[in-house]
Structures are given as C-alpha cells and as structure tokens.
Ligand binder design. Structure first.
Ligand SMILES: Nc1nc2c(ncn2[C@@H]2O[C@H](COP(=O)(O)OP(=O)(O)OP(=O)(O)O)[C@@H](O)[C@H]2O)c(=O)[nH]1
Ligand SMILES: [Zn+2]
Length: 332
C-alpha cells in the first residue's frame, strides 16, 4: 500500500482481496460518512489512526462491542476527524484482516494475544552478542510467521561483536531472507527488504530493534536502552507496538519479547514451521511423537546421516514437548 507516504485512504485497503462475494456496501453498514484509517498505536483504549494525512485519536464505538482493534488494523471512523488537540473520533468498524500475528503467554495458555494485524513480513531481530542469539526463540518466531502467512526476515544485529556464521549455518536449509547489521552498516539491505511491505519487528529486549528503527525512521525517536552489563539484557524500553511509516511500507516496532508462546498453533502446524524437517518427519512411523525416545523417529536417522541440523531437531522436539506440558511449561 502507499500509506508509507503518511497518507492513508480507501485505496490502501484490499477490501475484497480474499475471495468473498459480499457486496462492498456491507463494509459500511450505517455510517455513510465514515472514513478509513490505519491504526498505528493502541494505548489504554485509545487508538492512534492515520486518516488521509492526519493523525487522529479515536475510541471504540459502543456498537463494536468487545471486538478487538490492534495496530495494523484498517478501521472506519466517524466523528471529529480533524486531528485537532482534544478531539476524539470513534471507530465504528474494523476492515477484514489480511493476516493476524498471534502469540500466547506460554505454550499451554488458551488466551491468544494479537500482536499485529495485516502485516506481511515478520522481521525477527536477534543480536549476535550482548545478548547472545536465542535460536529457540527464533524458531518460535519462525513457526508463528509461517502459521500467520508472513514472510520471515532474519535480522542479525551487532555483527561488530560476533560473526553471524553459526546462526546462518543453522538456518541455511530454510533459505530465509536475512540481513546482517553492525551499527548503520547493512541498513541499505534492510531498507530494501522492508520496502513495500508491512513488517513487524520482534526480538528480545536489547537486541537493537529501537536502534534500527531510529536509523530507518529518525523522526520516530524510539528510546534506545542500555544493555545491563550484569545480565546482558536490555531494559524494557519500548512498551507497546507502534507502526511507523517508511518511504515505502511500514515497520511495526514491538516491545522486547521474553517468550513467544505457541499454544494457538496445532502440533502439525508447529512441524510445518520447520520446513527443513517436515519432509523427514513424513517418513516417521504412524503416530510418531517425534520425541527423543520415539522409536524409529526419522529425525534421529536424519541427524545421524548428517542430513538434518541437530540444533533444529532438538529445538522442534523441545517445542513439541513444551506444548504437552500441561503444567504451563516454559516457552523459550
Ligand atoms: N555493539 C553494538 N551495539 C549495538 C548495536 N545496535 C544497537 N546496539 C546497542 O544495544 C543496546 C540496545 O539497543 P536497543 O535499540 O535499545 O534495543 P531494543 O531491541 O530496542 O530493546 P528494547 O527497547 O528493550 O526492546 C543499546 O545500548 C544500543 O546502543 C550494534 O550494531 N553494535
Ligand atoms: Zn518422528
């Protein structure tokens, strides 16, 4: 969409992109005068929306009931759309979402949280050191991306501190799009990968998301935190998701992740989130649980033959086991 030029209107919504034969008028039930906006931030029941070239604040109309509104949503707005201080518009309808990125608090939590709507790329940001890469968190993000139909983009930061070779080797067979940055080095390639897309940036606290966002969108002024020298963790400096306009496209910065629960993803879809392993798994005996003690699990023979990456196999196994853990096991 062309909204990256800080302008948003009806042309930016592929209202009927996904099949659906309902007449277009159904999209605007009562409010003939409603205008379309793009939700860039959500804060305690207040929605910041871009409408044409104005940033306005809105609340949910009562008729929307408990329906959720999230960053990335395209919404129909009525009321005062001037954007003047102390005005509040009302969201009367949420346009059909093209994608929904979800997570749960842990792998057994039934409550899904929607992180972002309508994104088409998940930029998984991981520092190469300080804090060190967390391949299991990356794997979880990959599963979530594939499940939501988003293109994953691996974004490896702080290459001045460590080489990306090991991380890249782990994911080599996935043919992931990736960028490696050190400071502002690598930014051109990152900008190229983000162009024309709505990208969600996720990663642990301190991996350098805000630093990247500030380089890409200097006027955003995202707070850059310090990494605690003792724990190697960043301060929790960003507190909610926010969409920022690029020259072409959007980036949606999210608060530092501590976990990425996948209770909402079925075991089959978890396996599908490991496209480097799912062919091997197809050779498993019927009913194979793919755990380390499953007899004749094809993951074992694949590793033994050097065809599968051991770190990825153990990651998949941990993930499947964590979902079985009804005591609410960890989600790292
Ligand atoms: N050495 C090195 N340090 C970097 C680089 N990029 C960022 N940093 C530092 O890493 C620390 C954390 O960066 P942030 O951009 O605040 O990290 P974040 O991911 O936004 O963290 P949260 O806001 O907590 O989610 C800061 O001290 C940055 O200066 C890099 O390429 N190399
Ligand atoms: Zn198996």
């Amino acid at each position: 969409m062309s909204a990256g030029r800080r302008h948003f209107d009806e042309g930016d919504v592929p209202l009927r992109a996904r099949g659906g034969s309902r007449p277009r008028t159904r999209n605007r039930p009562k409010h003939e005068d409603a205008k379309l906006g793009f939700v860039t931030a959500v804060d305690r029941g207040r929605y910041t929306c871009l409408v044409e070239d104005r940033t306005i604040l809105a609340m949910k109309a009562r008729e929307l009931g408990r329906g959720s509104i999230t960053v990335g949503d395209r919404v129909w707005l009525v009321g005062d759309l001037s954007g003047r201080p102390d005005t509040l518009a009302r969201v009367v309808r949420v346009a059909e979402r093209q994608s929904v990125l979800r997570r749960t608090a842990d792998d057994t939590d039934p409550v899904e949280r929607i992180i972002v709507a309508n994104a088409d790329q998940l930029a998984i940001v991981s520092s190469l050191a300080d804090p060190p890469p967390q391949p299991r968190l990356i794997d979880r993000c990959l599963v979530a991306a594939y499940d939501a139909g988003l293109r994953p983009l691996l974004c490896l930061t702080k290459a001045d501190l460590a080489t990306p070779d090991d991380v890249l080797a782990t994911y080599a067979s996935l043919n992931l799009a990736y960028v490696v940055t050190r400071g502002d080095d690598g930014l051109g390639e990152l900008a190229r990968q983000l162009a024309g897309r709505v990208s969600v940036l996720v990663g642990s606290s301190g991996v350098g998301k805000s630093t990247l966002v500030n380089l890409l969108v200097p006027e955003a002024g995202r707070t850059v935190g310090d990494v605690n020298p003792v724990t190697g963790r960043g301060r929790h400096t960003s507190t909610s998701a926010v969409a920022l306009a690029l020259a072409d496209g959007w980036i949606i910065d999210t608060p530092g992740l501590r976990s990425f629960g996948l209770a909402h993803v079925s075991p089959d879809d978890v396996i599908a989130g490991f496209p480097d392993l799912d062919e091997a798994v197809a050779e498993c005996p019927p009913g194979c649980a793919h755990t380390a003690d499953s007899p004749d699990c094809a993951l074992d023979s694949g590793v033994a033959a050097g065809r599968l990456e051991p770190a990825r196999v153990s990651s998949l196994r941990r993930l499947l086991a964590s979902r079985e853990d009804t005591d609410g096991g960890g989600s790292h």
